[in-house]
Design a protein around this ligand. Structure first.
Ligand SMILES: [Zn+2]
Ligand SMILES: [Zn+2]
Length: 128
């Protein structure tokens, strides 16, 4: 299992070295998302917001539900369309093609952020 969360880094003297958003698997820990490429953040919340923004910036993927229609998270009409971005925070989200027209990825991200607002204390447990 992989455990994703913001973790405090210790510097050589054991003092706080700031926070990265990280993944832990057994005793290995590594930074994920944009945290792979920059120095630690001053707070855990900053690191969580970094991961949130990074997930939301991933390509928007559309899919159709196979055998069912569900209610659009915005207008409540029945639809088979789902959208997601990234791997964890913005999972398959039901929205109709009127609320998020095909090809309008900016609107898709706006709706995903609306339906999945940022919260602190992100902890994700997943097999990938
Ligand atoms: Zn970061
Ligand atoms: Zn809709």
């Amino acid at each position: 299992m992989n455990y994703y969360k913001a973790r405090e880094l210790a510097d050589r003297d054991g003092h706080s070295g700031g926070f990265h958003f990280t993944c832990r698997n057994d005793d290995r820990v590594w930074p994920v998302g944009a945290c792979r490429d920059h120095p630690p953040h001053p707070t855990a919340e900053d690191a969580e917001r970094c991961f949130y923004d990074h997930e939301l910036a991933q390509p928007v993927v559309r899919a159709l539900l196979a055998d069912q229609m569900l209610r659009c998270g915005v207008c409540n009409e029945f639809t088979a369309q789902t959208i997601r971005a990234g791997m964890h925070l913005f999972d398959s989200t039901v929205v109709c093609e009127t609320c998020v027209p095909l090809g309008d990825d900016d609107e898709a991200r706006r709706v995903l952020a609306d339906l999945h607002p940022f919260t602190t204390g992100i902890l994700i447990v997943s097999s990938w």
